[in-house]
Design a binder for this molecule. Structure first.
Ligand code: GLC
Length: 431
């Protein structure tokens, strides 16, 4: 072959071929998805976007990764909504938001959602349906607070899995004392103590598991100020700098996961997404950790906060048909299964809880289906459209107790008054 021919060939491989391919497949429609990047979820959303593009070659989907803190993500979305921006076509929406954001989201029933809704957990479909019957988001994945523990360490110290907060405290302390001899960075218990929505989720579990109510009852009463809640808030404040790091007051989900995954904690309160990440821990083996329910308080029973994310299409999209189709695709059984396997996010499609591959990856889901379905919702519907302000009152006051700036009783008095002020609801008994 002549040198010229070789040069031509190299040249055509380097430049001509890719150029031609791009031109031939140039997308007609560009869509963007605003998604999360906690754990492996960005990877899962990107995989789903690829699956959509394989089926729809005329569409190019870009996934934006948004802040881990749900409060910051909300602020970002509100900016887009206020500007009626077409920049984002599809939004990943937290379980408390569909009602408040409804004006900016398409009614997916107008795009064929009725063919799919029955596959999903009914309570979440209801959560995403407005009073006028519009379905403003498809259920995408469900979350519930769960307790991770180091099985190997419980065995080593001859301890059972704790069922109450008191037992957790005691066992965390025993393991911490033992482990610190070798590892000064070891902590008994990690959770989410920063002043943000994640702390509200932890506080709800403390209160509800001790029969102290869920901040605001269905009968529109504020149920914050009672002895059961004071007991729990006091107890949690006692963990800071004892069985939990002093820095726990700045911890979000990923901080807790990193500490636990690095082999520096015995117990962790987190969401299911951490499970597949922990299986890859370099500090312990996949058989060395387990999952149990959130502990019960002395007066109550285990309570898991309901979390989870929905997928919605923007009213301000330049391509509403495509945006809605993408949202429906992302929520489909096929994508939810893939997402579960990659990111550990529990599906909202019920049949997947009987799927062999899924149960092999997450054997605990067989028992935890009931926990997911019966998890305790935050009072977002009853306080709409003011839930965010209510939650801010909860996490700010609780945080001040954790940092030692206020005692539990004073903080609860403020929390109660602030929520009464925001909602206009009277105080009441949790039962
Ligand atoms: C998880 C939950 C979400 C909650 C958030 C708090 O992402 O799914 O509902 O608001 O954690 O940090």
């Amino acid at each position: 072959m002549s040198k010229l021919l070789i040069c031509l060939l190299i040249f055509s491989v380097m430049f001509a071929v890719p150029g031609d391919v791009v031109e031939a497949d140039e997308p007609e429609v560009e869509l963007t998805v605003a998604g999360g990047a906690v754990g492996a979820e960005l990877e899962a959303t990107e995989r789903a976007a690829e699956m959509f593009m394989e089926e729809n070659p005329e569409v190019e989907v870009t996934v934006y990764d948004t802040p881990d803190s749900t409060d910051e993500r909300r602020s970002l979305y509100l900016q887009y909504f206020e500007a009626e921006s077409p920049e984002v076509d599809v939004y990943q929406v937290d379980v408390m938001w569909p009602g408040d954001m409804a004006d900016h989201l398409l009614d997916l029933y107008e795009y064929g959602a009725e063919d799919y809704v029955d596959e999903h957990i009914q309570g979440i479909v209801d959560n995403n349906t407005t009073a006028d019957g519009e379905l403003v988001a498809m259920p995408w994945f469900v979350d519930a607070g769960i307790m991770y523990y180091r099985e190997d360490l419980l065995e080593e110290y001859d301890l059972d899995v704790p069922e109450t907060w008191g037992e957790l405290e005691e066992k965390a302390r025993i393991i911490q004392e033992g482990e610190r001899e070798e590892n000064p960075d070891f902590h008994g218990y990690v959770w989410q103590g920063d002043a943000y929505e994640g702390l509200t989720c932890n506080v709800l579990e403390w209160f509800a598991s001790n029969d102290g109510g869920t901040f605001v009852s269905h009968d529109e009463e504020v149920t914050v100020l009672n002895e059961n809640n004071e007991y729990m808030l006091d107890k949690a404040a006692g963990w800071v700098g004892d069985i939990s790091p002093s820095g726990i007051t700045g911890y979000m989900e990923e901080d807790a996961r990193a500490t636990f995954q690095n082999g520096n904690a015995a117990f962790m309160r987190n969401w299911p997404y951490a499970y597949p990440m922990l299986e890859d821990s370099e500090a312990f083996g996949p058989e060395d950790f387990g999952v149990t329910e959130i502990p019960a308080g002395p007066e109550g029973e285990s309570a898991a906060t309901l979390g989870g994310w929905q997928i919605a299409a923007s009213e301000h999209s330049d391509h509403p048909e495509y945006a809605a189709e993408l949202a429906l695709f992302l929520a489909s059984e096929e994508v939810q299964k893939e997402r579960a396997l990659i990111a550990g996010d529990p599906p909202t499609v019920k049949s997947l809880y009987e799927d062999e591959e899924i149960l092999e990856a997450y054997p605990y889901w067989e028992d935890f289906y009931e926990v997911f379905v019966n998890a305790v919702p935050r009072p977002s519907t009853v306080t709409a459209p003011d839930y965010h302000a209510v939650s801010e009152a909860i996490y700010s006051e609780a945080h001040s107790v954790l940092t030692g700036d206020q005692d539990a009783l004073t903080a609860l008095e403020y929390m109660e008054i602030e929520i009464m002020d925001i909602t206009g609801f009277p105080p009441g008994d949790p039962n």
